[in-house]
Design a protein around this ligand. Sequence first.
Ligand code: HEC
Ligand code: HEC
Ligand code: HEC
Ligand code: HEC
Ligand code: HEC
Ligand code: HEC
Ligand code: HEC
Ligand code: HEC
Ligand code: HEC
Length: 479
Amino acid sequence: MKTNWLVTILMAIAMLVWLVGCEGPEGPAGAQGDQGEQGDPGDPVAQYTYLGDDASTCGHCHGDVVETWSETGHSHAWDSLDPEDQANLYCVQCHTTGFDAEVAYGDTVVVTPGPDVHGFDDYYPPVTAEDEMRAGMLENVQCEACHGSMGPTIYDHEPIVNFNTGLVDDMDPSMCSKCHEQVEEWQESGHGMVFEHHGFVDQEEFDDEWNRSSCGACHTGEGFIGDNDPNFPDPWYPEDAHLIGCQTCHDPHDDTNPHQLRNVDDYTVLYDAEEAATFTGYGGAQTCVQCHHARRNTDNVVGQIENGYAHFGPHGSPQMDMFVGSGSYEIEGYEYEREHSHQMFDMLDDNESCVTCHMEMRDHGDPLGWKGGHDFEPTPATCSACHVVPDDFDYHGEPSDLVALADQLITAIGVDPEYLGNTDSTTVEQRMAGYAYVFFMNDGSNGIHNPEYARSLLENALDFIETANAAGNGAIVQK
Ligand code: HEC
Ligand code: HEC
Ligand code: HEC
Ligand code: HEC
Ligand code: HEC
Ligand code: HEC
Ligand code: HEC
Ligand code: HEC
Ligand code: HEC
């Protein structure tokens, strides 16, 4: 309620300023004059649902957004089409604004459903001079392609803003699904299947679990956006938060980073053992590690070993740490292997770590071609770009020899993994060895992320606990 008031007042002021005309910080006066012969400033194209020419229509008040959007592919999607494709209705439907008909490959006629909404299809192919002018104003993926039509006058300004990726329902659809096929793959991914994987029956359960301080930044779209975009509150826990979706990882109007990714910063392992490695130089994968890292710093890890901890081990997400080969608790006096070929840059033109294996390039078919899979699942084809697929590779399948080693370790520790952090059930020695076990299990790759580091973690811990057991060093055997 409070924000609605504020928006109304701001709108009123903005409208007034616009009517009077201004030379504000956001753009030169009369920018809307670019709309051609459409009448006076303040009365732009009043009769249309889709206003079009949004760089001017919206730029007067949102000049900063227009400026960054102008650098994105969306702003020149029309020019990406060859002239003959600009005459192909199938192609133009996604490279323009307000196209409300669905055109299948090979169709030559548009049948506009429902009332005329003044989108691109309503003027194409152009017959009259007005058609020509209107079609020109609706080329490219403009603001209204995502935020919805804002006519007949900008005074009705009711932009759609949502964080849905799945096809939620007709009232609140994803802003991207109309044109981007990645939505289908995303729905099958771990990011898209959270409700199914955790058995949540409704939104409330999801919000209770993750839409709160210290969880939201990695578990909800809004949490991550709030953390990364100065236009939104940080931290941000609005009601009914969303899953990690398109507009979480991608910034809809900023192409500063490759593929409009929001955050591709370097990330350094938080547990500062012998060396705290930094994950750097892996392109799009820099986005993944903003969330997929171990979360526990040195004090926390040392505290867990000394005093126990209810959520023993790293958080369920130590994939970055495993990949770079540091970040698990390391036992003094042992050597740890950190380097593995999967870290190297020069094997492929472009080794993007997580992205290379989890976003396999696939042919999505004519005309969209090859692009990264958004189900985030590795397949044998990914591995065979570099080497023969290991016999034991089966995504979510057969355990590797490292899994056998992990089983051996937990048997030697002799404690149910659930009770590893409980000081009534474990000695310091059991916790020292147990950390490696939980780290390996929570990584979830069966060691494939860094077989060398995984092996040395497990072997060292096994040697340590067997020596302690042999010396009778107080292992508590669980009842
Ligand atoms: C006359 C000034 C003006 C014009 C023209 C204008 N807006 Fe806005 N817009 C505002 C104000 C004021 C707000 C509320 C404060 C804010 O979020 O910046 C706003 C908010 C928004 C929001 C955020 C809404 C939310 O729920 O957070 C979006 C999206 C938006 N405008 C899109 C557009 C688009 C797209 C156009 C062009 C079709 C446009 N605006 C034209 C003044 C304007
Ligand atoms: C269903 C919507 C849709 C249709 C239909 C469509 N495109 Fe696209 N096109 C896209 C999207 C979305 C992208 C962005 C790339 C991506 O998704 O990976 C794109 C990207 C492209 C690009 C690459 C632009 C660049 O510079 O990166 C070209 C070229 C292109 N399309 C041409 C065509 C042609 C030619 C047709 C018709 C034969 C067509 N498109 C039909 C949605 C569509
Ligand atoms: C590809 C879809 C898309 C396009 C095109 C697009 N937006 Fe947005 N816009 C979004 C989404 C999603 C959000 C919320 C997330 C965010 O801001 O990063 C948003 C947020 C906004 C906001 C509020 C918060 C902020 O980031 O400032 C404004 C204002 C806005 N858009 C204006 C515009 C204007 C003006 C244009 C055209 C120049 C435009 N948008 C083009 C999808 C889009
Ligand atoms: C630094 C980012 C980050 C933060 C902060 C975070 N998580 Fe997570 N969490 C993840 C990632 C990434 C995964 C997915 C790992 C996987 O599936 O392998 C995950 C997985 C989980 C799981 C599934 C565990 C499993 O192993 O399957 C639970 C439960 C969970 N998180 C709870 C929480 C709670 C509760 C909070 C807040 C107290 C929280 N998380 C904060 C990143 C984070
Ligand atoms: C978990 C983060 C994440 C989510 C969620 C996500 N993407 Fe991506 N997307 C990426 C990364 C990383 C890349 C870059 C891949 C690379 O470097 O090759 C990418 C690439 C792309 C590309 C460029 C095409 C290409 O060649 O791969 C498009 C288009 C795209 N994403 C659209 C979407 C859409 C639409 C959605 C929602 C269905 C979505 N993304 C959800 C992370 C994400
Ligand atoms: C009206 C159709 C349409 C809508 C809606 C749309 N896109 Fe796009 N998108 C395209 C087209 C077409 C391109 C290719 C532009 C070009 O020619 O480069 C594209 C390109 C992109 C790219 C750049 C891909 C690259 O290779 O770098 C990203 C990222 C992207 N879109 C994300 C989104 C997200 C996120 C949303 C929803 C918030 C969205 N788009 C909504 C049609 C659309
Ligand atoms: C904004 C935080 C965030 C980002 C960025 C992110 N993820 Fe995730 N990812 C998560 C969370 C949280 C989960 C766990 C979902 C759940 O609760 O089931 C997850 C789950 C997964 C899963 C499925 C795990 C399982 O147990 O089924 C894979 C695989 C994955 N992510 C890979 C990636 C890759 C690859 C990238 C980069 C392209 C990436 N993620 C970027 C937060 C993120
Ligand atoms: C060399 C290829 C490769 C690289 C590089 C890679 N992964 Fe994996 N990852 C895998 C494989 C293979 C599995 C699954 C192993 C299995 O199920 O047998 C996996 C498992 C996972 C899982 C757990 C999935 C589940 O279902 O529990 C997550 C989350 C994940 N990886 C994220 C990442 C992140 C984040 C990065 C970058 C730091 C990364 N991966 C780098 C191949 C790779
Ligand atoms: C960028 C190239 C590249 C990709 C992609 C790749 N690998 Fe590797 N991998 C290597 C290299 C190089 C080695 C070390 C030489 C060797 O053992 O063949 C290696 C070694 C391995 C090892 C042996 C570890 C050991 O030391 O015993 C396993 C297991 C493995 N990779 C699994 C996978 C799986 C599973 C995938 C696909 C999900 C994959 N790799 C994808 C380059 C790659």
